[in-house]
Design a protein around this ligand. Structure first.
Ligand SMILES: C[S@@+](CC[C@H](N)C(=O)[O-])C[C@H]1O[C@@H](n2cnc3c(N)ncnc32)[C@H](O)[C@@H]1O
Length: 220
């Protein structure tokens, strides 16, 4: 018997590129798209704003704010452009207005170059978060924080890769220094006035080099 071709129902349609990418970024900080529901959400260092687009597309949240310092692309015709061109250290957002701030491979753990710059981003993150809000950061290297602490092994790797995207290189090598980097980063983040949760067994990804992320909450 000849099988009948069936049109996929909307539920069966392939997820769009934005949804795939948003899931990838969100999973790396232990979240699903559904977790954005009914929250004031910021995606910091948003690049192509895939989290914002996917949340709108799926009808989960149509007011995710994407903050990005570079004007990478012009919104296509008809595309709602809500991306905010701004620096993470000076976000055009009201005090205590955000429930969830996500940064996937963006500032303050990637992108910022010095301890001062990192601290300034964290200060602004603290300012915009509600008292019961949280920030979730993923970055493979969290290297620059340790850099200022002059850990010799870390400096050596950094020197070798100073022109590369350090989040993508030598993940295995970096793993060897993971404990030092993590301890120094925790110390630094605590100094900035956050309660820290460091997750190192994220079960939302199978990538052994991407199991770690940070949750920061304002210290009460
Ligand atoms: C490695 S990309 C990650 C982009 C996106 N989150 C993703 O996962 O595809 C980091 C982004 O953060 C942006 N960025 C870096 N530092 C920033 C800052 N201080 N303020 C705003 N955006 C920043 C960069 O321009 C870049 O687009």
């Amino acid at each position: 018997m000849k099988s009948r071709e069936r049109q996929p129902s909307p539920e069966q349609e392939e997820p769009s590129e934005s949804v795939e990418r948003a899931k990838f970024e969100l999973n790396r900080v232990g979240l699903e798209l559904e977790d954005l529901k009914d929250k004031d959400v910021v995606d910091l260092g948003a690049f192509e704003c895939q989290i914002e687009k996917a949340a709108r597309e799926q009808g989960i949240n149509d007011s995710v704010v994407s903050i990005e310092r570079r004007d990478y692309f012009i919104a296509k015709d008809g595309e709602k452009k809500t991306r905010v061109l701004a620096e993470g250290q000076d976000m055009p957002l009201k005090d205590s207005s955000v429930d969830l701030l996500i940064s996937h491979a963006g500032p303050p753990l990637a992108g910022t170059k010095t301890e001062d710059e990192t601290m300034n981003v964290l200060r602004d993150v603290k300012r915009v978060l509600r008292s019961d809000g949280e920030a979730r950061f993923f970055d493979n290297s969290i290297l620059h924080i340790a850099l200022e602490n002059r850990t010799p092994e870390v400096l050596r790797i950094a020197e070798k890769h100073k022109d590369d995207d350090i989040t993508l290189v030598e993940a295995e090598t970096l793993n060897r220094y993971r404990e030092i980097i993590t301890a120094k980063s925790r110390e630094f983040l605590e100094k900035c006035g956050f309660d820290i949760e460091f997750v190192d067994d994220n079960d939302k990804t199978d990538d052994e080099n991407a199991k770690r992320y940070w949750i920061l909450r304002k210290r009460k």
